[in-house]
Write a protein that binds this ligand. Sequence first.
Ligand code: G3P
Ligand code: MG
Length: 348
Amino acid sequence: MISGCMQRVLAPLQQAAVALDIDGVLVKGKRALEEGGRALRMLGGHNRLRRRIPFVLLTNGGGVSEAEKAADVSRLLGVQIAADQIVLAHSPMRALAAEYAHKHVLVVGGEQSRCAHIARGYGLANVSTPNDVVAWRPSAWPFMPPPAAEQLSAPAVRNYASDPFHAVMVFHDSFDFGRDLQIATDVLRSRDATLGAELVNRQSVPLFMSNEDLIFSNDYARPRFGQGAYHVCLRAMWAALTAGAPLEYTLFGKPHAVQYRYAERLLDRLVLAAEPDADIARLHARRRIYAVGDNPAADIAGANAAGWTSVLVRTGIFSGAADANDPVHPAHHVADHVEDAVAWIVDS
Ligand code: G3P
Ligand code: MG
Protein backbone atom coordinates (compact mmCIF):
# COMPACT_ATOMS: atom_id res chain seq x y z
CA MET A 1 0.00 0.00 0.00
CA ILE A 2 1.47 3.37 -0.98
CA SER A 3 0.70 6.47 1.07
CA GLY A 4 -0.84 9.53 -0.62
CA CYS A 5 2.37 11.43 -0.11
CA MET A 6 4.40 8.59 -1.69
CA GLN A 7 1.98 8.45 -4.60
CA ARG A 8 2.62 12.12 -5.32
CA VAL A 9 6.35 11.42 -5.35
CA LEU A 10 6.02 8.29 -7.47
CA ALA A 11 3.47 9.53 -9.97
CA PRO A 12 6.04 11.43 -12.07
CA LEU A 13 8.30 8.38 -11.99
CA GLN A 14 5.66 6.65 -14.06
CA GLN A 15 5.55 9.37 -16.70
CA ALA A 16 9.08 10.51 -17.43
CA ALA A 17 12.47 8.88 -17.51
CA VAL A 18 15.78 10.17 -18.79
CA ALA A 19 18.89 8.71 -20.41
CA LEU A 20 21.89 11.03 -20.33
CA ASP A 21 24.94 10.61 -22.53
CA ILE A 22 28.26 11.00 -20.68
CA ASP A 23 31.08 12.25 -22.96
CA GLY A 24 30.35 15.71 -24.30
CA VAL A 25 27.30 16.06 -22.04
CA LEU A 26 28.37 15.42 -18.43
CA VAL A 27 32.12 15.28 -18.85
CA LYS A 28 34.88 16.24 -21.29
CA GLY A 29 37.74 13.79 -20.92
CA LYS A 30 38.60 13.68 -17.21
CA ARG A 31 36.90 16.99 -16.50
CA ALA A 32 33.29 17.35 -15.32
CA LEU A 33 31.12 19.94 -17.04
CA GLU A 34 29.81 22.18 -14.28
CA GLU A 35 26.22 21.87 -15.51
CA GLY A 36 26.45 18.06 -15.21
CA GLY A 37 26.24 17.79 -11.42
CA ARG A 38 23.43 20.34 -11.31
CA ALA A 39 21.50 18.40 -13.96
CA LEU A 40 21.83 15.15 -12.00
CA ARG A 41 20.71 16.86 -8.80
CA MET A 42 17.66 18.21 -10.66
CA LEU A 43 16.78 14.66 -11.71
CA GLY A 44 17.23 13.58 -8.08
CA GLY A 45 14.44 15.94 -7.01
CA HIS A 46 16.14 19.35 -6.74
CA ASN A 47 13.83 20.91 -9.27
CA ARG A 48 10.93 23.32 -9.37
CA LEU A 49 8.41 20.48 -9.02
CA ARG A 50 10.34 18.56 -6.33
CA ARG A 51 10.04 15.48 -8.51
CA ARG A 52 12.47 12.60 -8.74
CA ILE A 53 12.85 11.40 -12.29
CA PRO A 54 14.44 7.97 -12.89
CA PHE A 55 17.51 8.19 -15.07
CA VAL A 56 20.31 6.12 -16.54
CA LEU A 57 23.59 7.16 -18.11
CA LEU A 58 23.65 5.77 -21.65
CA THR A 59 27.14 5.99 -23.10
CA ASN A 60 29.05 4.48 -25.99
CA GLY A 61 32.07 4.55 -23.70
CA GLY A 62 33.36 1.37 -22.13
CA GLY A 63 36.55 -0.49 -21.33
CA VAL A 64 35.62 -0.43 -17.64
CA SER A 65 32.91 -2.22 -15.70
CA GLU A 66 29.55 -0.59 -15.01
CA ALA A 67 30.53 -0.32 -11.32
CA GLU A 68 33.84 1.39 -12.19
CA LYS A 69 32.09 3.84 -14.52
CA ALA A 70 29.48 4.60 -11.85
CA ALA A 71 32.24 5.29 -9.29
CA ASP A 72 34.15 7.44 -11.77
CA VAL A 73 31.16 9.60 -12.73
CA SER A 74 30.04 9.87 -9.08
CA ARG A 75 33.48 11.17 -8.10
CA LEU A 76 33.71 13.61 -11.01
CA LEU A 77 30.19 15.02 -10.63
CA GLY A 78 29.70 14.73 -6.88
CA VAL A 79 26.43 12.82 -7.29
CA GLN A 80 26.01 9.18 -6.29
CA ILE A 81 25.35 7.01 -9.35
CA ALA A 82 24.71 3.24 -9.03
CA ALA A 83 26.13 0.58 -11.34
CA ASP A 84 22.59 -0.34 -12.40
CA GLN A 85 22.16 3.18 -13.78
CA ILE A 86 24.97 2.69 -16.28
CA VAL A 87 24.62 1.41 -19.85
CA LEU A 88 28.05 1.09 -21.47
CA ALA A 89 28.49 0.29 -25.16
CA HIS A 90 29.32 -3.31 -24.26
CA SER A 91 26.72 -3.79 -21.49
CA PRO A 92 24.19 -5.60 -23.74
CA MET A 93 26.98 -7.88 -24.98
CA ARG A 94 26.48 -9.86 -21.76
CA ALA A 95 23.67 -11.57 -23.71
CA LEU A 96 26.35 -13.17 -25.92
CA ALA A 97 27.20 -15.47 -22.99
CA ALA A 98 24.15 -17.53 -23.96
CA GLU A 99 26.09 -18.65 -27.06
CA TYR A 100 29.75 -18.12 -26.10
CA ALA A 101 29.95 -18.89 -22.36
CA HIS A 102 32.71 -21.47 -22.84
CA LYS A 103 33.72 -20.85 -26.44
CA HIS A 104 37.09 -19.27 -27.08
CA VAL A 105 36.68 -15.59 -28.01
CA LEU A 106 39.19 -12.91 -29.09
CA VAL A 107 38.38 -9.78 -27.05
CA VAL A 108 39.75 -6.58 -28.63
CA GLY A 109 40.10 -3.04 -27.33
CA GLY A 110 41.00 -0.77 -24.45
CA GLU A 111 43.37 -1.98 -21.77
CA GLN A 112 42.99 -5.51 -23.04
CA SER A 113 43.34 -7.46 -19.81
CA ARG A 114 40.67 -5.17 -18.34
CA CYS A 115 38.28 -5.85 -21.23
CA ALA A 116 38.97 -9.58 -20.85
CA HIS A 117 38.07 -9.26 -17.17
CA ILE A 118 34.83 -7.45 -18.08
CA ALA A 119 33.99 -10.14 -20.63
CA ARG A 120 34.51 -12.82 -17.98
CA GLY A 121 32.21 -10.84 -15.68
CA TYR A 122 29.55 -11.06 -18.43
CA GLY A 123 29.89 -14.87 -18.41
CA LEU A 124 32.36 -15.24 -21.29
CA ALA A 125 34.75 -17.58 -19.50
CA ASN A 126 37.16 -18.43 -22.31
CA VAL A 127 38.75 -15.26 -23.70
CA SER A 128 42.08 -14.20 -25.16
CA THR A 129 43.33 -10.81 -26.34
CA PRO A 130 45.69 -9.61 -29.11
CA ASN A 131 48.37 -9.10 -26.42
CA ASP A 132 48.02 -12.77 -25.44
CA VAL A 133 48.65 -13.71 -29.07
CA VAL A 134 51.70 -11.41 -29.29
CA ALA A 135 53.05 -12.92 -26.05
CA TRP A 136 52.74 -16.35 -27.72
CA ARG A 137 54.61 -15.20 -30.89
CA PRO A 138 56.13 -11.67 -30.56
CA SER A 139 56.73 -11.64 -34.33
CA ALA A 140 52.91 -11.54 -34.78
CA TRP A 141 53.27 -7.77 -34.10
CA PRO A 142 56.97 -7.00 -34.28
CA PHE A 143 56.78 -3.19 -34.11
CA MET A 144 56.42 -2.87 -30.35
CA PRO A 145 58.09 -4.58 -27.40
CA PRO A 146 56.19 -7.74 -26.39
CA PRO A 147 53.53 -7.11 -23.71
CA ALA A 148 54.47 -7.34 -20.05
CA ALA A 149 52.95 -10.06 -17.88
CA GLU A 150 50.43 -7.65 -16.33
CA GLN A 151 49.13 -6.79 -19.83
CA LEU A 152 48.06 -10.38 -20.48
CA SER A 153 44.60 -11.71 -19.75
CA ALA A 154 45.81 -14.99 -18.22
CA PRO A 155 49.11 -16.23 -16.72
CA ALA A 156 49.50 -19.22 -19.09
CA VAL A 157 50.35 -18.64 -22.76
CA ARG A 158 48.09 -20.77 -24.98
CA ASN A 159 49.04 -22.46 -28.21
CA TYR A 160 47.04 -20.39 -30.68
CA ALA A 161 48.31 -22.51 -33.58
CA SER A 162 45.78 -25.18 -32.66
CA ASP A 163 43.39 -23.46 -30.23
CA PRO A 164 40.48 -22.24 -32.39
CA PHE A 165 38.56 -19.03 -31.83
CA HIS A 166 34.76 -18.93 -32.12
CA ALA A 167 34.21 -15.16 -32.32
CA VAL A 168 35.93 -11.78 -32.36
CA MET A 169 34.36 -9.27 -29.97
CA VAL A 170 35.52 -5.64 -29.99
CA PHE A 171 34.68 -4.35 -26.52
CA HIS A 172 36.24 -0.89 -26.69
CA ASP A 173 38.25 1.56 -28.80
CA SER A 174 41.52 0.03 -29.95
CA PHE A 175 44.55 1.58 -28.26
CA ASP A 176 46.78 0.17 -31.01
CA PHE A 177 45.02 0.02 -34.37
CA GLY A 178 47.89 -1.73 -36.16
CA ARG A 179 48.22 -4.63 -33.74
CA ASP A 180 44.47 -5.04 -33.37
CA LEU A 181 43.86 -4.95 -37.15
CA GLN A 182 46.57 -7.54 -37.65
CA ILE A 183 45.44 -10.03 -35.00
CA ALA A 184 41.69 -9.65 -35.68
CA THR A 185 42.14 -10.19 -39.44
CA ASP A 186 44.44 -13.17 -38.74
CA VAL A 187 41.62 -14.81 -36.77
CA LEU A 188 38.85 -13.80 -39.15
CA ARG A 189 40.74 -15.10 -42.22
CA SER A 190 42.20 -18.29 -40.79
CA ARG A 191 40.70 -21.38 -42.43
CA ASP A 192 39.74 -23.07 -39.17
CA ALA A 193 39.99 -19.96 -36.94
CA THR A 194 43.28 -21.11 -35.43
CA LEU A 195 46.44 -19.10 -36.04
CA GLY A 196 48.14 -22.20 -37.42
CA ALA A 197 45.96 -22.70 -40.49
CA GLU A 198 46.37 -21.02 -43.85
CA LEU A 199 44.66 -17.72 -44.61
CA VAL A 200 41.55 -17.84 -46.78
CA ASN A 201 39.33 -15.17 -48.33
CA ARG A 202 36.34 -16.14 -46.24
CA GLN A 203 35.21 -15.09 -42.77
CA SER A 204 35.84 -17.88 -40.26
CA VAL A 205 33.97 -16.62 -37.17
CA PRO A 206 31.36 -13.96 -36.28
CA LEU A 207 32.48 -10.41 -35.50
CA PHE A 208 30.79 -8.25 -32.83
CA MET A 209 31.52 -4.53 -32.31
CA SER A 210 30.41 -2.63 -29.19
CA ASN A 211 29.95 0.72 -30.93
CA GLU A 212 30.52 2.45 -34.23
CA ASP A 213 31.16 6.04 -33.10
CA LEU A 214 33.54 7.42 -35.71
CA ILE A 215 34.43 10.30 -33.40
CA PHE A 216 33.80 11.35 -29.82
CA SER A 217 34.30 14.49 -27.77
CA ASN A 218 36.84 14.88 -24.96
CA ASP A 219 38.80 17.90 -23.68
CA TYR A 220 40.88 18.19 -26.87
CA ALA A 221 39.75 21.01 -29.16
CA ARG A 222 38.68 18.66 -31.95
CA PRO A 223 36.74 15.37 -31.95
CA ARG A 224 38.88 12.23 -31.52
CA PHE A 225 38.72 8.87 -33.33
CA GLY A 226 36.34 6.39 -31.71
CA GLN A 227 35.79 2.67 -32.16
CA GLY A 228 34.04 3.35 -35.48
CA ALA A 229 37.39 4.54 -36.88
CA TYR A 230 38.87 1.12 -36.07
CA HIS A 231 35.84 -0.47 -37.71
CA VAL A 232 36.36 1.58 -40.91
CA CYS A 233 40.00 0.45 -41.00
CA LEU A 234 39.08 -3.19 -40.31
CA ARG A 235 36.55 -3.24 -43.15
CA ALA A 236 39.05 -1.55 -45.49
CA MET A 237 41.83 -3.98 -44.59
CA TRP A 238 39.45 -6.93 -44.91
CA ALA A 239 38.35 -5.78 -48.37
CA ALA A 240 41.95 -5.21 -49.49
CA LEU A 241 43.22 -8.54 -48.12
CA THR A 242 40.35 -10.71 -49.38
CA ALA A 243 39.64 -9.07 -52.76
CA GLY A 244 36.29 -7.87 -51.48
CA ALA A 245 34.95 -10.95 -49.67
CA PRO A 246 31.90 -10.12 -47.54
CA LEU A 247 32.52 -9.32 -43.87
CA GLU A 248 29.51 -9.72 -41.61
CA TYR A 249 29.28 -8.14 -38.19
CA THR A 250 26.82 -7.37 -35.42
CA LEU A 251 26.81 -3.87 -33.97
CA PHE A 252 25.98 -2.85 -30.42
CA GLY A 253 25.96 0.67 -28.96
CA LYS A 254 23.96 3.76 -29.83
CA PRO A 255 22.19 4.27 -32.26
CA HIS A 256 21.20 0.58 -32.34
CA ALA A 257 17.90 -0.58 -30.86
CA VAL A 258 19.54 -3.19 -28.61
CA GLN A 259 21.00 -0.37 -26.49
CA TYR A 260 17.66 1.39 -26.05
CA ARG A 261 15.79 -1.82 -25.11
CA TYR A 262 18.53 -2.54 -22.55
CA ALA A 263 18.24 0.99 -21.11
CA GLU A 264 14.44 0.63 -20.92
CA ARG A 265 14.84 -2.55 -18.86
CA LEU A 266 17.16 -0.72 -16.44
CA LEU A 267 14.66 2.12 -16.16
CA ASP A 268 11.91 -0.43 -15.40
CA ARG A 269 14.07 -1.89 -12.64
CA LEU A 270 14.65 1.54 -11.13
CA VAL A 271 10.90 2.11 -10.98
CA LEU A 272 10.28 -1.35 -9.51
CA ALA A 273 12.98 -0.75 -6.89
CA ALA A 274 11.11 2.38 -5.77
CA GLU A 275 7.64 0.91 -6.23
CA PRO A 276 7.67 -2.94 -6.25
CA ASP A 277 3.94 -3.14 -7.13
CA ALA A 278 4.20 -0.83 -10.15
CA ASP A 279 2.16 -1.92 -13.17
CA ILE A 280 4.94 -2.07 -15.78
CA ALA A 281 2.61 -2.56 -18.76
CA ARG A 282 0.70 0.57 -17.73
CA LEU A 283 3.98 2.36 -17.14
CA HIS A 284 5.12 1.58 -20.68
CA ALA A 285 1.91 2.97 -22.14
CA ARG A 286 2.35 6.28 -20.30
CA ARG A 287 6.08 6.74 -20.02
CA ARG A 288 7.99 9.30 -22.02
CA ILE A 289 11.72 8.67 -22.19
CA TYR A 290 14.03 11.58 -22.92
CA ALA A 291 17.56 11.17 -24.25
CA VAL A 292 20.12 13.95 -23.87
CA GLY A 293 23.17 13.70 -26.11
CA ASP A 294 25.80 15.60 -28.07
CA ASN A 295 26.27 13.23 -31.03
CA PRO A 296 23.48 13.49 -33.63
CA ALA A 297 24.48 10.28 -35.45
CA ALA A 298 24.48 8.20 -32.26
CA ASP A 299 22.43 9.84 -29.51
CA ILE A 300 19.76 11.60 -31.54
CA ALA A 301 19.34 9.09 -34.36
CA GLY A 302 19.04 6.26 -31.82
CA ALA A 303 16.62 8.05 -29.53
CA ASN A 304 14.39 9.11 -32.42
CA ALA A 305 14.31 5.55 -33.80
CA ALA A 306 13.50 4.16 -30.34
CA GLY A 307 10.47 6.43 -30.07
CA TRP A 308 12.08 8.52 -27.32
CA THR A 309 12.19 12.30 -27.10
CA SER A 310 15.63 13.56 -28.09
CA VAL A 311 17.47 16.59 -26.75
CA LEU A 312 20.68 17.73 -28.43
CA VAL A 313 23.21 19.80 -26.48
CA ARG A 314 25.99 22.05 -27.75
CA THR A 315 28.77 21.03 -25.38
CA GLY A 316 30.27 18.16 -27.41
CA ILE A 317 30.31 17.03 -31.02
CA PHE A 318 27.38 19.23 -32.01
CA SER A 319 28.20 22.91 -31.69
CA GLY A 320 25.66 24.53 -34.03
CA ALA A 321 24.41 28.08 -33.64
CA ALA A 322 21.81 28.95 -30.99
CA ASP A 323 18.81 28.34 -33.25
CA ALA A 324 20.32 25.44 -35.23
CA ASN A 325 19.45 21.76 -35.15
CA ASP A 326 21.26 18.87 -36.79
CA PRO A 327 20.12 18.72 -40.44
CA VAL A 328 20.49 14.94 -40.79
CA HIS A 329 19.27 13.76 -37.37
CA PRO A 330 17.20 16.64 -35.96
CA ALA A 331 16.45 16.46 -32.24
CA HIS A 332 13.06 17.25 -30.72
CA HIS A 333 14.76 20.01 -28.75
CA VAL A 334 18.16 21.70 -28.71
CA ALA A 335 19.66 23.06 -25.47
CA ASP A 336 22.88 24.88 -24.67
CA HIS A 337 23.93 22.27 -22.11
CA VAL A 338 22.65 19.41 -20.00
CA GLU A 339 21.29 21.58 -17.20
CA ASP A 340 19.11 23.48 -19.68
CA ALA A 341 18.09 20.16 -21.23
CA VAL A 342 16.93 18.72 -17.90
CA ALA A 343 15.14 21.97 -16.99
CA TRP A 344 13.25 21.68 -20.30
CA ILE A 345 12.38 18.04 -19.53
CA VAL A 346 11.10 18.92 -16.05
CA ASP A 347 8.92 21.66 -17.53
CA SER A 348 7.54 19.64 -20.43
O1 G3P B 1 32.65 6.47 -28.60
C1 G3P B 1 33.39 7.05 -27.61
C2 G3P B 1 32.65 7.30 -26.34
O2 G3P B 1 33.54 7.88 -25.44
C3 G3P B 1 31.41 8.12 -26.51
O3 G3P B 1 30.80 8.25 -25.27
O4 G3P B 1 29.20 9.06 -23.59
O5 G3P B 1 29.45 10.29 -25.77
O6 G3P B 1 28.36 8.05 -25.73
P1 G3P B 1 29.37 8.97 -25.10
MG1 MG C 1 28.61 11.99 -26.21
